[in-house]
Design a protein. Sequence first.
Length: 197
Amino acid sequence: MGNRLSKIYTKTGDDGTTGLGDGTRVAKDSARVAAYGTVDEANSAIGLLLAGALPDDDTPHDGAPHDGTHNAIRALLTQVQHQMFDLGGELCIPGHAAIFDADIEGLERALDQHNEALPPLKDFILPGGGDAAARCHLARTIVRRAERETVTLARHDAVRPEAIRYLNRLSDLLFVLARVLARASGHGEVLWNHQRR
């Protein structure tokens, strides 16, 4: 376990630099800080999604008990939050490995499982479909930005391919979960009307 934070402000960043996990000081607007900072932002967006009610929660409107499968999305996203924290650590410590093939394969299994019950896509979907689905779409777009910034970092610094693959799969998973949440909430998916003009 790392050192305990007994004091939050250190004043060491007042010059526009920050310390990486290995002690190296870099500019706060460096590509590495941008990448792990956006991973943190994405994790916060997933936290916002988890802070609200999800249609699959164990608190049904009709008062009937759910079986143990109904809070699968909440459990999945909580696990993702831990993995995203791991990923932020990996990007913050050059050469460190914290995301592995098994993590990516877990996302793929969840993707296949949740996508299986959805109808095939015939139209583009707009972000929306109820509160939970909209928050899930927001998290998805921030994960996409984290992926882009990690790719930018990889152009001139060492980044393990697992980090980029994880973010790519996670954004796909969040898209599928947004579809699931929109349909489960009763709002339904918001389809792009390309013939509106």
